[in-house]
Each structure stands twice: as C-alpha cells, then as structure tokens.
Design a protein around this ligand. Sequence first.
Ligand code: SAM
Length: 424
Amino acid sequence: MLVVNGYSERWLRQGFPWVYPNEVAGGSAPLGAVVQLRSVAGEPLGTAIADDGWIRARRFRADAGPIDGALIHARLASALTLRRALGLVGPDACYRLANGENDDLPGVRVDVWGASAVVSLDSPSLLALVPALVAATVALTGVGAVHVGWRPDSRDARVWPPPPGLVHGEDAGPAVVVDPPPGPGVRSLRYRVDVGAKKDVGLFPDQRDNRSWLASHYRGAADSGVRVLNLFCYTGAFSVHALAHGAREVVSVDLSRPYLDRLDENLALNALPAPGQTHERIEDDAIKVLDRFRRQGRVFDRIILDPPGHSHSGGTDWSGEQDYARLVAAAARVCAPGGWIIASSNLGSVSPRQFHGALIDGLRKAECQGRVIHTGGQAPDFPAALHFPEGSFLKFVVLEVAHAPPRATATPVPAGPVKPGRKP
Ligand SMILES: C[S@@+](CC[C@H](N)C(=O)[O-])C[C@H]1O[C@@H](n2cnc3c(N)ncnc32)[C@H](O)[C@@H]1O
C-alpha cells in the first residue's frame, strides 16, 4: 500500500494518474508491484503500479480491482473505437492506438504501423503488462508483429535494462505505410518506416492534421507553386507533402545524412518531385543555413520550423526553450513579403503562451510583424485528457510575416466615430 498526501489525493480524485515521490506519506511498494493507493484518512484511491523513478506510482483504475488482461483489453478496445471513429484504421495505415494517460493506460503508448505495432513503455515498472498488451493489440488490430521499446523521460536518471524488442511475430523489416487517411483535396502519401528501430521509426503521425491543413496552401495565389524551406526536416514528411500538393521548389535541411537519405526514399516512393518542381537537400545546421540564405538574399514563401526539443549534434547545441526566438528571427529574415512561418514545438515544458512569446520576440528581433492565420495541435489519435495537462504537447502556429515598420510608427488612423463591436 502507498499512502499519498492531500495534494496528490486532490489530483487523483480529478483523474490525474501519477503520484510523485514527494507525495507519498507512508507505505511502501517495490518497482512493478500492483499497489493500493490510500489517502492519509485511509480512504481508497485506486490501484496503481509502483515505480522507483521520478514517478512513484501510475494509477490504472480508481477502484480496487485488478490490473489484468481483461482491463488492458478493455482499455485498448475503447482506444480502438475512437481511432475507428476518426477513420484512421485501415490496411497499411499508421496511427496511435493508445496514447498513455490520455487513453487510461498510464506510461503505455501503442503505435500501429501497417502490419506491425510498437509498444513504448515509460518505465521498466510496466514490463509485467507486456503479455496482456501484446495479446490485446494482436487480437484487436490483427497486426503480425509487435515490438516493445522504452520511452525514457529526460527526468529519469536510472540505468535501464535493454528493451524487450520483438516479442511477437517476425520482423518484417522496413515497411511502407500510408499517411493520412486524406481529407478533401489531400493526397494519400506513402512513407518508409523502420518499425524495429529503437526510436526513429521514421514518421511523426502527430503532425498529420497540420500537414493536411497546409496541403491547399502550396500552390500559392497564382497557382504556380510556392517556395518552401523545411528546416529540421527529418525524413521529410512536410517536404513530400509540399511537393505532392503543388509547391514549386522545396529545400529540406537536417543535420543527419541518414534522415536525408530516407527523405529521398520517401520522395521516390511518391514519384516526387514531379516535372517542373525542384527539391534540394542540405545537410547542415538550420541556423547556419538561414544565415547563409540571408547573405545570399534567397527568400521563401513557406518556412517550416519543427525542431527537436533539444539536440547536441554537429558541434551545435539546440534548446527549444532558449533558442526558438533566435530561430524565428533568422527565418523571418529569409521570409518573402507576405510569406508564412510555420512554427511547431513538441516540448511539453513550453506552454502555448510561452511559445507565442518566443514567436513575438523572434519577429521583433527581425523587425517584422506577424499575424496568426492558423493554429493547430496534435492529430486526434493523440488525444489529450482534460485532467492530464501534459497530454497537450504539440503547438503549431502559422504566421503571416510582414516586413512593415512596427505599428507604433505607422501613420496614425484618423479619429472617427467609435463602432460598436465584439471583442474576439
Ligand atoms: C522533431 S524532428 C523533425 C520532424 C519533422 N519535421 C517531421 O515532420 O517529420 C527533428 C529533426 O531535427 C534534426 N536536427 C536537430 N538539430 C538540428 C540542427 N541544429 N539543424 C538542423 N537539423 C537538426 C534532427 O536530425 C531531426 O531530424
């Protein structure tokens, strides 16, 4: 049994499933043990799996029942019902079947990649769930192979054992999946994924709806196709999408040659670029490329910024908390008049408000103005439970950039009658 303090009790009663180490007021339980949670007053607060890292316990149910195969099957079945309702389930489809805390499976993510699935666990404490997770995933989705990997948090200082890897079926090697189910006017596109890879499967389905929103905006007003700069391009999903939907010129930048090679494969899978289109790949640091383009006077109509939270490669350090404004400023300097900066951050530690602050700072540094013309978030197979603030992680903002003087120095608007209006 674990006794939790009043603060944790309040959060548990609202549905938040984690107990932190400093919230434990008594009791004990070893890593991986199924444990009953109690308030200081002795009231039952549910059944959890104990851990010994930066989280002390994950609650799987609010009553005293077991955490067994029937519970796991029921949770995954309910998760699948939502993905079916979203129209995401189909042959060769890729989607997130279970999104951890947001699907009442704390610490557990299940991704389906065509005929295979990957179970990602946030802690070795959850290993005992693997047989039930595999059985339910196979029974519900019909996948032929299941891999199990770790998803360690940067706050976790423990040394982890090797991940279980392939636990069901045969490794089918690299596969081709289809993303998305297309919306109106959106082409269905194919990507190579490497399901057995430790972490780089090769596609981020959480950006699916943002890619789709952009699809109708690559032809440009004159229908001749826009110039796109895709920074931190990874395996190129945004680049493939831009070319598939009419961009004239796409430049893709990443520090990693293997990822750029996979981008080339993804272009080839979709017979891109088409005649009349160009694609250029650049293996370099994104900020260095932006500075070089500024010196060359090269400009773009759509600049996609989707950096990692943090990186330390190629002799450069990147921090999504510290460096975003600098990145936006450098991008604004190569943005054509009326062009768009398409900015994403997947850092849960950065709130939407802080993210907007970085966009404002960046545009101010570049002496530009901007207007938000669209905001998006993670695709709906990455639902965010209302009681779990960490569930909303992806911020996506499309800014129209104007190289105009700041409003304070613009010609004053003549005073006139005040119109009654509605504030948004
Ligand atoms: C979050 S992924 C981008 C995902 C991609 N936009 C997509 O939708 O598939 C981050 C990528 O940034 C690259 N990267 C990290 N630091 C970089 C840097 N300083 N300059 C350029 N690319 C960098 C990594 O190699 C990785 O491919």
